[in-house]
Structures are given as structure tokens and as C-alpha cells.
Write a protein that binds this ligand. Structure first.
Ligand SMILES: [Zn+2]
Length: 222
């Protein structure tokens, strides 16, 4: 008579497997539900689906900066080789560049860990970098200075920061990261990504002399 409970347990287990196959993820610590949807017969895993308000969060972004921002949906293959959709909060004038560049990223299957607005990390740049999160807007200063970063206006983007760390005076940020050009998702001066950004007038932190910021691309207002 033990067969019935065993069948029931199997039934419950198969149900939970089915739910996983349907790619519905619950992030317990962030209380955000990640879902997937079918698009052109392909499953797209939704990494981020915030409203503009949620992406701006409760950070005191000035009205002037906020009025110049837009939230762009981007698709990419992540390190799991699956197609994902995330979001980039960026300066309005740069949205077209980002959309075009992400189309190439997707076509080339250059892996992007994830792309979530930094409000998800309570605006912690370190937490976002350690999570290998690609992001643009963050109201913050250049590390170790009182100079506003170009991220503060949404005029810069950091791509796969854990794979493409910043190296300054011998220190590596995020702490513990390693720059190894052999790992997929790593950016070098030969990368198509650098060419795509540069031909649209962006500069790359990997070209800097005093420090190297391999994750960083920016296009300042001229
Ligand atoms: Zn940056």
C-alpha cells in the first residue's frame, strides 16, 4: 500500500521538473520573478523586466538626468548559451547605438552574463560587478575621486565586469576578478565589440594609459 504515496511523490517531483523546464525562476533574495517566453520558436529567458520607474529606483537622480534617460530592452546569449533578455538604463541619445551594438552581440553570440539596471543591486557597483552584470546608469563618482563618473548621466556602459575588470595602480576591481582574454565574454583591443563601439564615437577603457578599465565604454557629450 506504499505505492500510492510513492506515485504521488513522483507526480509532485515531475511537476517541479516541468516548472523548471518552463524556465520560471524565483530569485528569493530579491523577490523578483524571472520568466521566459517563446519568441520565433525560441525560449527567451527574461533576466530583467522592470518599469522605467523601477529601473530609476529610489536613488536621487536629478530631474535633469532622469529626463534624459531611457530603458532599452536588449537580447543576448548568456554564459549558459541560452537566449536572454535584459535591460539597459542609458542616456536617450545613446539608445540607438546600444540597440545596434546588442544586435551584433546577439548575432556573434558574444556571451553577456546578464543586463540588469543597477537599482536591483541597491546601486552597489561592487555587487553589480561581482555578479558580472552589464549596466550603464549609476549615479557615482570615479573610484577614489570626487569627479562624477560618465555613468552618472548614463553615458557609459560596463560590459561583463567580472571578466573585464578595472586594473588601477596594481589593484583589480572587482576584487578577485581576473583578466583572461581566452575566456569567452572577455574584451580585447581586437574584439569586434571595441570596433563596434569605436565606429560610433565611443571610447574604451582598455585604451587608457594610467589604468585599464576593460569593461568600460563611454561617449561623453561633446
Ligand atoms: Zn564603467
Amino acid at each position: 500500500m506504499l505505492t500510492l504515496p510513492i506515485i504521488f511523490i513522483f507526480f509532485v517531483q515531475s511537476l517541479s521538473v516541468l516548472i523548471e523546464i518552463d524556465a520560471i525562476y524565483y530569485s528569493l533574495n530579491k523577490e523578483i520573478c524571472y520568466q521566459s517566453e517563446i519568441q520565433d520558436n525560441k525560449i527567451v529567458i527574461i533576466d530583467s523586466e522592470l518599469t522605467f520607474e523601477e529601473a530609476c529606483g529610489n536613488q536621487k537622480i536629478s530631474e535633469a538626468v532622469r529626463n534624459n534617460l531611457t530603458l532599452v530592452d536588449v537580447e543576448y546569449y548568456s554564459l549558459d548559451n541560452s537566449l536572454h533578455r535584459g535591460q539597459i538604463l542609458i542616456h536617450k541619445t545613446l539608445a540607438k547605438d546600444i540597440i545596434e551594438i546588442f544586435e551584433v552581440i546577439k548575432k556573434e553570440k558574444f556571451p553577456i552574463g546578464k543586463a540588469l539596471p543597477v537599482s536591483i543591486y541597491d546601486w552597489s557597483d561592487s555587487a553589480s560587478m561581482l555578479d558580472n552584470n552589464t549596466s550603464a546608469l549609476n549615479f557615482r563618482y570615479v573610484k577614489g575621486t570626487k569627479i562624477l563618473s560618465s555613468h552618472a548621466e548614463g553615458r557609459a556602459i560596463d560590459v561583463n565586469p567580472l571578466l573585464n575588470p578595472q586594473i588601477k595602480k596594481g589593484k583589480v576591481y572587482p576584487i578577485g576578478a581576473e583578466y583572461n582574454p581566452k575566456i569567452p565574454g572577455t574584451i580585447t583591443k581586437e574584439s569586434f565589440l571595441v570596433k563596434e563601439f569605436k565606429k560610433r564615437g565611443w571610447s574604451w577603457g582598455g585604451d587608457w594609459q594610467r589604468s585599464k578599465d576593460y569593461q568600460h565604454f563611454e561617449k561623453r557629450n561633446k
